[in-house]
Design a protein around this ligand. Structure first.
Ligand SMILES: Nc1nc2c(ncn2[C@@H]2O[C@H](COP(=O)(O)OP(=O)(O)O)[C@@H](O)[C@H]2O)c(=O)[nH]1
Ligand SMILES: [Mg+2]
Length: 382
């Protein structure tokens, strides 16, 4: 009861802060068109700077949030570094920052992009990113890469393939954080997406390598999920996991150029057929999910693909599926955060001692497993 009362008090204080912020945010958002001309130089950060960025513990979160809302790239980078940090004090600051920015009233189109290494993700992001800039959209690129701990960041390693985009005004590229645990990377990436959104980007591209769970996690933070595939013989169609097909909104068969073009068209037809066999999803209008061909190298098929993305997004907005999905995603990440925090609590601090103690009691036959587990949970609740 006591704890609840305290929590409620904090909630009210936060709401007041957000109320103030959303007023300012709305003004900033209206000035959004002005923001385009005020774009600063692109800041590509591969370095793990101190989350405080030199200001250390005195970093003013309110000021940081205001600077992010103004589209300040350095502030955005610093904010992302802060949310990626696992230090307890940084986590608290990150939570405060995200809570303040929640009131920005801005909404980017979040696009997840997945595909196996070599399929052309980096080439596609470079070309498609430039295409979007030409359409007057600002673009942020983030990566969720479970292997980044080993490879040192997929986007950073691929920067040569994103040379133009990384230098372009209106684009922001952020390499993946160097954490090894996928869940951790994904949770923080989702917060980085929120920061980019608050900074006023029109489109946030979230890249992930097609490894195990990472697509599911990216799909849980995206409004649209694109699966990039290579032209292939019929046999390889079986190689794409059904689960991944099921979360795709658009399958893009890349490399539809030169000698590969006819193979790409056949592959595309195969996938279109396979998509039709999947169970219909409520969030899709007739004809979706769809398979199309593109050539990231020749910059072909982008306007068609973007047209489909816009059509799908518009339909989902009008039918309420867009907002419903975001609400569902918020629920999902809340659950993830709590589950993770509980596990961390079990593994650290006094709970770890309690766990060991009760495990011993169980091993010695002094307590039943279920009774010991109940005892453990009640100790956690204290
Ligand atoms: N022919 C052709 N090659 C491409 C295309 N897109 C990418 N590639 C090539 O495929 C290779 C892998 O591309 P990359 O973008 O690094 O793939 P990633 O590993 O998915 O990021 C590179 O040699 C690219 O030049 C395309 O549309 N057509
Ligand atoms: Mg790449």
């Amino acid at each position: 009861m006591d704890g609840q009362g305290r929590g409620h008090g904090r909630f009210i204080r936060h709401r007041r802060a957000i109320g103030q912020c959303s007023g300012g945010g709305a003004v900033a958002a209206r000035g959004g068109s002005g923001w385009t001309s005020a774009r600063g130089p692109v800041h590509v950060s591969g370095r793990q700077e101190m989350a405080g960025g030199g200001t250390g513990r005195d970093m003013n979160i309110t000021e940081l949030s205001e600077r992010i809302t103004r589209g300040d790239r350095r502030a955005l980078s610093r904010g992302i570094t802060l949310v990626e940090s696992s230090r307890d004090d940084h986590r608290a600051q990150a939570a405060e920052l995200l809570d303040l920015l929640r009131g920005s009233g801005r909404e980017a189109l979040r696009i997840g992009l997945s595909g196996t290494p070599g399929v052309g993700k980096s080439t596609f992001i470079e070309g498609f990113g430039m295409y979007l800039l030409d359409q007057g959209k600002s673009v942020a690129v983030l990566a969720v890469d479970p292997s980044s701990a080993r490879s040192g960041g997929s986007i950073l390693g691929d920067k040569t393939r994103m040379e133009r985009l990384s230098r372009a005004k209106g684009a922001f590229i952020r390499p993946s954080p160097s954490q090894s645990q996928l869940g951790g990377v994904a949770r923080r990436s989702r917060e980085a997406v929120a920061l980019c959104e608050a900074a006023g980007f029109d489109v946030v591209l979230i890249e992930t390598v097609g490894v195990g769970q990472s697509e599911t996690m990216v799909a849980e933070m995206a409004d649209l999920f694109l699966l990039l595939l290579a032209p292939a013989g019929g046999d390889e169609l079986q190689g794409v996991k059904r689960g991944i097909m099921e979360i795709a909104d658009l399958i893009l068969v890349n490399k539809a150029d030169g000698d590969l073009k006819s193979t790409a068209m056949r592959t595309c037809a195969d996938y279109a057929g396979a998509l039709r066999l999947l169970r219909k999803r409520a969030q899709d209008p007739e004809g979706f999910p769809k398979a199309m061909t593109v050539s990231a190298l020749e910059l072909a098929g982008f306007s068609e693909a973007w047209g489909e993305m816009c059509a799908l997004t518009q339909w989902r907005r009008e039918t309420g599926h867009f907002a419903a999905r975001r609400a569902e995603q918020a629920r999902y990440w809340f659950g993830e955060e709590v589950r993770h925090a509980l596990l961390a609590q079990l593994q650290n601090g006094p709970a770890r001692q309690d766990m060991a103690e009760l495990a011993e009691a169980v091993a010695a036959g002094d307590m039943a497993v279920s009774a010991a587990a109940r005892e453990m949970l009640s100790r956690l609740g204290r």
